[in-house]
Design a protein around this ligand. Structure first.
Ligand code: GLA
Length: 380
């Protein structure tokens, strides 16, 4: 039958629209950043090849899928400030420019950490440990210089990284031993003075475990009333197929939300390989001997494990979306499986599959699983 009247044409067009919209609604959005728009930003930690334009395939994924970036290594002390009085801003400048140019939420990582910091930082010219005042002065110079340089461009800083032990006590790092426990508040104060608009975070792994989480809660409860400008807690999220449970993740985010701080998932990846350490950890100094049993998927990931990974990702994203009022960002620690630090940690030379894009840059089933967890009535 032919529809000739204008009204008839309109109603046919309307019916067509309903069919098209219905079909669109049944499909997940096309990219990660679109899927969670209005919930939280989606980030990726990017490496030197991506920052300098040598990994064009990686850059295409970063620009199409993500609206936030973190620097995998280029802002760590050993890279940006390798020798006394010598800063190397080359890649860090390119990193920040890349994010600004693509209108991304640019993250700074990290100012105070016990790893990837040169030993000279803690010593005088004779090799003796610095005094408290001298180390504080050095810390202030570093923070003023680095945070000041990217003022207004880096929106969020991981000010202190991994200050806690697994039992929730403060780690006896050289920062702690030389300055005392108030090195943490000093670092936040210095960062705030250098860029009063930047959001300042405390960042750590294993916060899903109750004793360490309690340590972080104690820390925040101490800092907030003192007026220390801590905006949020970074839950690193170096996860496994069996850890943390959704309940642990939910309880962890809820506990921080109750303190009135924001949460960012700052370093998300899910290892599918046998857990080589005694317990889940992200201690970069851990080294474990390679053996065949620890590297079972050299030739590819079996379908069943692929499915398990997808389910884990979708379960975790359901928790993040449930807490969309608290969670401001979810950042993956890497873009493709081939980029991941988990291929060389804690055992060197393994083949891991922890991210959403495979070694050739193709989306994995876990990518689709995550896209399907968009916020909706069922999640609230
Ligand atoms: C920790 C650090 C990160 C990174 C990862 C492993 O979680 O915070 O900077 O080094 O380990 O790459």
């Amino acid at each position: 039958m032919q529809t000739t009247s204008r009204a008839g044409t309109r109603s046919v067009a309307f019916a067509f629209l309903i069919v098209v919209c219905g079909a669109a609604a049944a499909h997940a959005p096309a990219t990660l950043k679109q899927a969670f728009k209005g919930d939280f930003v989606i980030g990726a930690a990017i490496n030197a090849a991506q920052i300098s334009g040598q990994d064009q395939r990686g850059d295409a994924l970063i620009e199409s899928q993500f609206n936030s970036i973190s620097p995998e290594n280029v802002l760590k002390w050993e890279k940006i400030h390798p020798e006394p009085g010598r800063y190397d801003f080359g890649l860090a400048d390119l990193y920040v420019e890349y994010g600004v140019e693509h209108h991304m939420f640019v993250v700074g990582h990290t100012l105070v950490w016990h790893s990837q910091v040169p030993v000279w930082v803690f010593q005088d010219e004779n090799g003796n440990l610095l005094t408290r005042d001298a180390l504080l002065a050095r810390l202030k110079d570093h923070i003023d210089t680095v945070v000041g340089r990217y003022k207004g461009k880096i929106r969020s800083w991981d000010v202190v990284n991994e200050a806690l032990n697994e039992d929730g006590t403060l780690r006896q790092s050289l920062w702690y031993k030389i300055i005392g426990p108030d090195y943490i508040e000093k670092a936040f104060q210095f960062a705030h003075e250098a860029d009063p608009q930047a959001e300042l975070f405390y960042n750590d792994y294993n916060l899903e475990n109750e004793p360490k989480r309690s340590g972080a809660i104690t820390l925040i409860k101490k800092l907030k009333p003192e007026g220390i400008p801590i905006a949020g807690v970074g839950i690193q999220g170096h996860d496994h197929l069996d850890w943390p449970t959704s309940e642990q993740e939910d309880a962890t985010i809820s506990a921080f939300a109750a303190l009135g701080v924001k949460v960012a998932i700052t370093e998300l990846d899910i290892s599918v390989l046998p857990n080589a350490g005694a317990q889940p950890s992200a201690d970069v100094n851990l080294r474990i001997q390679q053996e065949a049993a620890l590297n079972p998927y050299i030739k590819g990931l079996p379908g069943a494990v692929q499915q398990e990974l997808s389910k884990r990702y979708s379960d975790l994203f359901r928790v993040y979306v449930k807490h969309r009022d608290t969670v401001e960002r979810v950042t993956f620690w890497g873009v493709t499986d081939g980029d991941s630090w988990l291929n060389d940690w804690p055992v060197q030379g393994r083949t891991n599959y922890p991210l959403l894009f495979d070694r050739s840059g193709q989306p994995k089933p876990a990518y689709d699983a995550v896209l399907h967890v968009v916020s909706g009535p069922q999640n609230h």
